[in-house]
Design a protein around this ligand. Structure first.
Ligand SMILES: *Cc1c(COP(=O)(O)O)cnc(C)c1O
Length: 372
């Protein structure tokens, strides 16, 4: 009587809401500032090939990826047009010519990067585009304040380069009251002054946009907010959810008082309970830490996770559903009733990790495409 076929899970990406999010971020920026899109990690796991053209149709022209492989995907998807594609992690490719060939712009993070890229530009016989990243307190990527000063005294090395932006990245933008935000802003201004280049600036990620116009400069670089993650640490999410994740019920059963559920037998049933086993687990990006506080929604009703999340299955309590759910019915993990941030909170992590972890593990469908 098995009444369903694969897929056992279904990840819907709502492209109309993605575009809405992009436009609403662009609108928030001060006059003259441009809104880029960060599409690293395959557009936060949602599929750059589908995401990037939608953003382009919304007039997004600047795309940031982490590495050359990601950049080539975006370039192949968009073809040659007005798009600019920047590679955060530096000019590292088997061959510097991979950048030129695919029209990718490296972010230069170290004096070594600058030397290398400047040397390549000289050899290539024409100015090569680049972004220079300065570190303003995150201590992750970019020139240190000392390196910035030294570069400021020796800008000749930049002559072969066409420096498109100077950028930096915020560590605490999702906490507006954190003093580090202003500190980084000040350090950024100092670095820019030391470099003394007439050059546009890029500073804000998603949350940075919400810190106000002082943080906007010429190009904002949101990622998370485009994909519906709340950029503010308040309950009110100004963005629209972009993802719906549904998985099938594989089996239903009843457990009597005193029985246990799942690995480690660490959940004991306290009264007769109806259970449903659904087809997702930590191998599908539903983290094991979703065990204690996690829930899914079946027919819009909240069904708590019971027993440990396992590799490809989760058991939930469906006692309150009447009539009881059927094998093949859908359980919503992310969607109308539960946001990606809710799932992240229950799993004690952030929406970013949940989204990127879903990755290519579910059948993806895309809805709400823009007309060409
Ligand atoms: C990932 C990243 C972003 C985007 O950050 P969100 O918080 O996702 O908006 C911007 N800039 C840099 C340097 C990044 O690494």
């Amino acid at each position: 009587m098995s009444s369903f076929t694969e897929p056992l899970s279904w990840l819907e990406v709502h492209l109309d809401r993605l575009r809405w999010n992009y436009l609403s971020l662009q609108k928030r920026l001060k006059r003259g500032a441009d809104c880029a899109a960060v599409v690293k990690a395959d557009a936060y796991g949602l599929g750059a090939v589908a995401i990037v053209p939608e953003l382009y149709k919304s007039n997004c022209r600047h795309f940031f990826v982490a590495n050359v492989a990601g950049g080539i995907v975006v370039r192949d998807t968009l073809g040659e047009n007005e798009s600019r594609i920047y590679v955060f992690n530096g000019p590292y490719a088997p061959d510097a010519a991979d950048f030129a060939r695919n029209n990718l712009i490296p972010v230069l993070n170290t004096p070594g990067d600058i030397e290398y890229w400047s040397g390549f530009a000289k050899k290539s016989g024409r100015k090569q585009p680049a972004v220079i990243q300065v570190d303003t307190g995150m201590n992750r990527m970019g020139l240190s304040p000392d390196e910035v000063k030294r570069l400021g005294h020796n800008t000749d090395i930049l002559k072969p380069l066409d420096v498109r932006y100077i950028m930096s990245h915020l560590a605490c933008a999702d906490t507006p009251e954190h003093p580090k935000n202003r500190e980084q802003l000040e350090k950024f201004m100092i670095a820019v002054e030391h470099l003394g280049l007439p050059c546009p600036l890029s500073f804000a990620n998603s949350s940075g946009i919400f810190l106000g116009e002082d943080f906007h400069f010429d190009l904002a670089r949101p990622g998370a907010a485009l994909y519906g993650i709340n950029p503010q640490n308040t309950d009110q999410n100004p963005m629209q959810g972009v993802v719906t994740l549904k998985v099938r019920i594989l089996q239903t059963r009843e457990a009597a008082k005193g029985e246990t559920v799942g690995y480690g037998a660490n959940y004991t049933v306290s009264s007769p309970t109806k259970l449903a086993t659904i087809s997702a687990g930590y191998a599908d990006g539903i983290l094991r830490s979703f065990t204690t506080d996690g829930a899914v929604f079946i027919r819009g009703q909240k069904c708590p996770v019971v027993g440990r999340v396992s590799m490809e299955a989760i058991v939930v309590d469906v006692t309150q559903l009447s009539p009881p759910p059927q094998v093949g019915e859908w359980a919503e993990i992310i969607g109308e009733h539960q946001t990606v941030d809710d799932v992240a909170a229950a799993a004690k992590t952030i929406g970013y990790e949940i989204l990127t972890g879903l990755g290519g593990k579910h059948k993806r469908i895309y809805s709400g495409q823009a007309q060409a």
